[in-house]
Write a new protein. Sequence first.
Length: 364
Amino acid sequence: MSFVHLIYVLNYINTFYIMGKVIYLWDYLKGAKKPIVLYGMGNGAAKIIKVLEDRGIEYKGVFATDGFVREKYFHGLKLSSYGGLKEKFGDMIVLLSFGSARPEVLENIKRIAAEQELYAPDVPVYGEGLFTKEYAIRHKKELEYVYGRLEDELSRRTFENVIKYKISGKPEYLFNCETDVNEPYCSFLKLGKNESYLDLGAYNGDTVSDFVSRVSGYSLITAVEPDKKSFLKLKSNTEKLNDINYVNACISDRVGFEGFSMRGGRNSSLGNGGQIPAVTVDSLNPDTPFTYIKADVEGAEKAALSGAEKTIRANKPKMLISCYHRTEDLFALPLAVDGIRTNYKLYLRHFPSLPAWELNYYFI
């Protein structure tokens, strides 16, 4: 795929066709004739509602999966079922307002999309700003640079489709570039039997267990998890493993203390909350240098890379870095790594999920 093609994408990815007209998602919603309803509630729905209200876009209802309807209200609207709103409105514009990678949930979303006009607006998990046409053009140089660094055709196709999705909200673009979770390990992420694995955002031990299942042996595992409840689950779920160090702290670009919001799950994050210990990758300094680092740290990925500068320079560990939490992650994270060393091979993969979660960069 040439740079000419990418420039075409950057100039036109913000558009898609409905009845022969080139439109932009938020502009289209502004002038939509069909009633707009939200599918899902919670943080994602609240963020989408804020964007709608800021842009003067009216929404008519909110629905949840039938089993979750309990006579509740969300943002002043009575929570309904899909069937209830379908009976009331007929044709609707459905805005997917939550995230999932569960196959049965994705199938239900596809079923609704076959009956209604459905979009999955891209709003950042953390931070501000939307990935709009103007945003893409403003960061054209950074996007072109990262595109040029991508190592294979699937990475480039994923990059293009993710940008198209972010601006259009059309889930089809994500379906067009998704791959199986095992594919990277078969293609380019080759793990040996003496890896020193650093798991940043180890949660309940699921990614530690996944790592162990993929290797015939390892030298050391270091699991970092800041949330207290998740940390206890992590230790309980991996207590039978040998050569594993546990660190109950958040990862940062400096050693000290950080405000941290504990939510007892994957949504715990840096920000407003009680002060907890903060460490850097460089400060962990194991006897066996890290050879493989995974980071899924709820928007703190760039800070984690900054705090890993010495490790990256000295050891060039393989890295799997999540890149979906912040609007700028798609270009800011590769630029951060290239600011430390430029001889990594860069890959991008998206695994089945909506919205564009399960999106990872691999530095090999």
